[in-house]
Structure formats: structure tokens, C-alpha cells
Design a binder for this molecule. Structure first.
Ligand SMILES: Cc1cc2nc3c(=O)[nH]c(=O)nc-3n(C[C@H](O)[C@H](O)[C@H](O)COP(=O)(O)O)c2cc1C
Length: 403
């Protein structure tokens, strides 16, 4: 029989380790988030339904996004044992410059709507972590204000070509003058995708005050308070708009754009040109022949064509097809550092994340974007070490089995 004794205070005391008290609720909330999915759940609680759905949702049946995410989760890693991984280095070189991590922040429109700190918060975190950030044409902070908030950040400007070509040319000039390093031309939005959650929620930009949104304000007072007491929410690069996103896109964007227009873009922009939204090996080849320095394999996070190709699956063939002529980035569906490592092992030159940092932003502003980046970085480093890869160059297709 086990002999028992009364607990002694001298033995009990060393076991008592009260957690430091975090007075700020944001810090408490973020500390509890261990994954991007945790941040997503926190974001959902803090943001009006229509805004959360605008960010979280995709087009039609949301199959493109679901398939992209399931390919990441169906990947099987093949670790290599007994490698020296005492000093993991996840840095890369991208467009001829160093980047501290193998991922960057994808362009996302209306960022101040998700949370009032918006694009400035995102560029500051990009600057601090030495990773690139692409500001969207549909941004809610101007090209110049983002540059002022992150003067040392690697900034790219994402362009949508409008029917009004002179306006596009002016944006390119402003980006060049403000020190943006690269132009990212998005080519997968000839017309708006069918974002059914937005239609069902009656979502408009800016969010309209209806009986439903007023009722929602009672549940998300902080979000509405910030909306109403900070700089008015509007697009920084176009005249104010009052209506649905789909109507805006369809009235502004030019569906008649063709490969011939790439020549015009090339002639307007001296620096690196990245073409975003490539979904076949043939198109990758065509845009590289037309002068692209890099491409982003992307289906826009599943927000445009539904049942689109899964970008990750295209990586090996596209990398083989374009060789050293262009860099190949990939996005859509990345929710963890392990996803980033898988894409890099398959041959991508870098990965972009969209929703991952937006969930952080909605959960806790700049500190939330910071937390999302910390989570991804920790996962990247740990996955590399467990795979036996000290550097990104050590990652190779043999580390990953695609289903
Ligand atoms: C809310 C939201 C807004 C977006 N806005 C833009 C945009 O203005 N321009 C663009 O090229 N892509 C835009 N995208 C697509 C992202 O750049 C990126 O391709 C996508 O988010 C990647 O998928 P992920 O969110 O699963 O990481 C947007 C995506 C989201 C989620």
C-alpha cells in the first residue's frame, strides 16, 4: 500500500507559478491564440458578420479555397533525420533582395474596414519582420501614407488596370516616386467573382447603416466605435463609392485587357514586374515571355473563379517551365508555417499570405498582425528543423509527397 502524508507547504510552494497578469484584453486574447485558426476565431467574435464574411469568404461554393486548403493538409512530409539544425535560417532572397522569412503579405483591399489600424499596421509589421508587403489598388490608406508608415519596408504596389488607363499610369508613377520596389499586376479579375456571402449579407462599401447593422453594432461596439471615430473609411486611390464590391469592380475594371496591355505596363514601370493570378503553365510561360520578372500562382484566395486549379499543385511544373527566367510565388489557402514550408520544398521562391494576417488584424490590430507573423515564423522554423532542413535552400521536393 502507498504511504501517504499531509501536503507540506515547503513542497507545494515551488509548484505555484501564477501566470503574469496581462491587463490589456488584446494582449490576453492574442497570447491565447496559438494558430492562425485561433486568430480567425477571435477575429470572428470581434468583427461584424458582414465584414468577417467579406474577408473569410470566397466565390460561389467556395470550392477553390477549400480544395487549396485540403491539398496543404493532405501533404505528407518526408523528414530527413540526423541533420544539424541547431541554427535554422528561414531567410530567402527575392527579386534580388534579402527577405527574412519565406513569406510576404498579399495585397488585400479595404484593410481599414477589417480593423481601423489597417494598412499602416500591416506595413509596420512587414518592416519589422523584414518581409514584403503589397499595397492594393483598393487600399484604404494612400500610397504615400503607407510609405511614410513603413519607410524601410519592402513595399510592392498591386495594380488593377481600369478602363481609365491614365489613372492607372498615375498610380504607377506615384508608387515609383514613393519608393515602391515592385509592381504587382493582378490579372484574375476581368469581372467580379460571385461572393455569395456578401450578397446574402447585403454587404456594401462602406457598410451601410441598416436595421441589421445597427443591431450588429450592439454586439461589436468597439468595431463600430473605431469606424465612426477614426479617419472616414474610403478608398485611397479612387473616388468614393457607395455600393457593392461586385458593382464597383464591374464598373471600374477593364474586362477588355489582353496580353498586349502587358507591353504598355512594362513600358510604364522600370522596376521588377510581378504578375499575380497565373493558373496554368502556359500562361506562366506567356507572361514571362512578355517581360514578367516574377509570377504569383494564385486563384485569389478562391474569391474569383470557383473550381479553379489549386495553385500549390502547379508549383513543380511551373517552376520547371520558367526555369531561372522568373521567380515563382504562390498563394491561396496558406494557414500555417508548415504550409509555407511545403510550398518552398516544392520549389516556390516565396509564399504570400492574405487572410492569415487579416485574421490577426481583426483580432488585435497591429499586435494581431504581429502575432500572426510570429505564429507563422515559429511554425516555419520548427517544421524546417523537424524536416532536417537548416536553410530554405536545403528544402527539396523529396521532403514533400503530394497526394
Ligand atoms: C479580403 C481580401 C481582399 C483582397 N483584395 C485583393 C486585392 O485588392 N488585390 C489583389 O490582387 N488580391 C486581393 N486579394 C487576394 C490576396 O491577394 C491573395 O491572393 C489571397 O488572399 C491568398 O489567399 P489566402 O487568403 O488564403 O492567403 C484579397 C483577398 C482577401 C481575403
Amino acid at each position: 500500500m502507498t504511504e501517504r502524508q499531509l501536503p507540506k507547504w515547503s513542497e507545494l510552494r515551488p509548484l505555484l507559478r501564477p501566470k503574469p497578469v496581462r491587463l490589456r484584453p488584446t494582449e490576453r486574447r492574442l497570447e491565447k491564440a496559438l494558430t492562425i485558426e485561433d486568430l480567425r476565431r477571435a477575429a470572428r467574435r470581434r468583427t461584424p458578420r458582414s465584414v468577417f464574411d467579406y474577408t473569410d469568404g470566397a466565390a460561389d461554393g467556395e470550392l477553390s479555397l477549400a480544395r487549396a486548403r485540403s491539398l496543404f493538409s493532405d501533404i505528407e512530409f518526408r523528414p530527413q533525420i540526423l541533420q544539424d539544425v541547431s541554427d535554422v535560417d528561414p531567410s530567402i532572397e527575392l527579386l534580388g533582395k534579402p527577405s527574412a522569412l519565406p513569406f510576404g503579405f498579399a495585397p488585400t483591399g479595404f484593410t481599414r474596414m477589417m480593423q481601423h489600424e489597417g494598412e499602416r499596421a500591416v506595413v509596420r509589421v512587414a518592416q519589422q519582420h523584414k518581409i514584403p508587403y503589397a499595397l492594393s489598388t483598393m487600399g484604404t490608406t494612400s500610397i504615400e501614407d503607407v510609405a511614410a508608415a513603413g519607410p524601410e519596408a519592402r513595399k510592392w504596389f498591386q495594380l488593377y488596370v481600369w478602363r481609365d488607363r491614365a489613372a492607372a499610369e498615375e498610380l504607377m508613377n506615384r508608387a515609383a516616386t514613393a519608393g515602391y520596389e515592385a509592381l504587382m499586376l493582378t490579372v484574375d479579375v476581368p469581372v467580379a467573382g460571385a461572393r455569395l456571402r456578401d450578397v446574402r449579407n447585403g454587404f456594401t462599401i462602406p457598410p451601410a447603416l441598416t436595421a441589421r447593422t445597427v443591431a450588429d453594432a450592439a454586439r461589436h461596439p468597439a468595431w463600430w466605435g473605431n469606424l465612426l471615430t477614426t479617419e472616414a473609411l474610403r478608398f485611397a486611390s479612387l473616388d468614393s463609392w457607395d455600393g457593392t464590391v461586385a458593382d464597383l469592380i464591374n464598373s471600374l475594371f477593364d474586362p477588355a485587357m489582353t496580353m498586349a496591355d502587358l507591353e504598355w505596363i512594362r513600358s510604364c514601370w522600370d522596376g521588377p514586374l510581378i504578375i499575380k493570378g497565373i493558373q496554368t503553365t502556359d500562361d506562366a510561360r506567356r507572361v514571362v515571355d512578355a517581360g514578367a520578372d516574377a509570377i504569383v500562382l494564385s486563384n485569389h484566395g478562391g474569391r474569383q473563379l470557383d473550381r479553379a486549379p489549386v495553385p500549390l499543385r502547379l508549383v513543380p511544373d511551373v517552376v520547371a517551365g520558367v526555369g531561372d527566367e522568373a521567380e515563382v510565388l504562390v498563394d491561396t489557402g496558406v494557414m500555417s508555417g508548415a504550409d509555407v514550408v511545403a510550398a518552398m520544398a516544392l520549389g516556390a521562391d516565396a509564399v504570400l499570405v492574405g487572410r492569415a494576417y487579416l485574421y490577426g488584424l481583426m483580432a488585435g490590430g497591429e499586435r494581431g498582425v504581429e502575432r500572426a507573423t510570429e505564429i507563422l515564423e515559429t511554425e516555419v522554423r520548427r517544421t524546417m528543423a523537424l524536416l532536417g532542413a537548416r536553410t530554405i535552400a536545403d528544402l527539396a521536393p523529396h521532403h514533400v509527397k503530394l497526394p
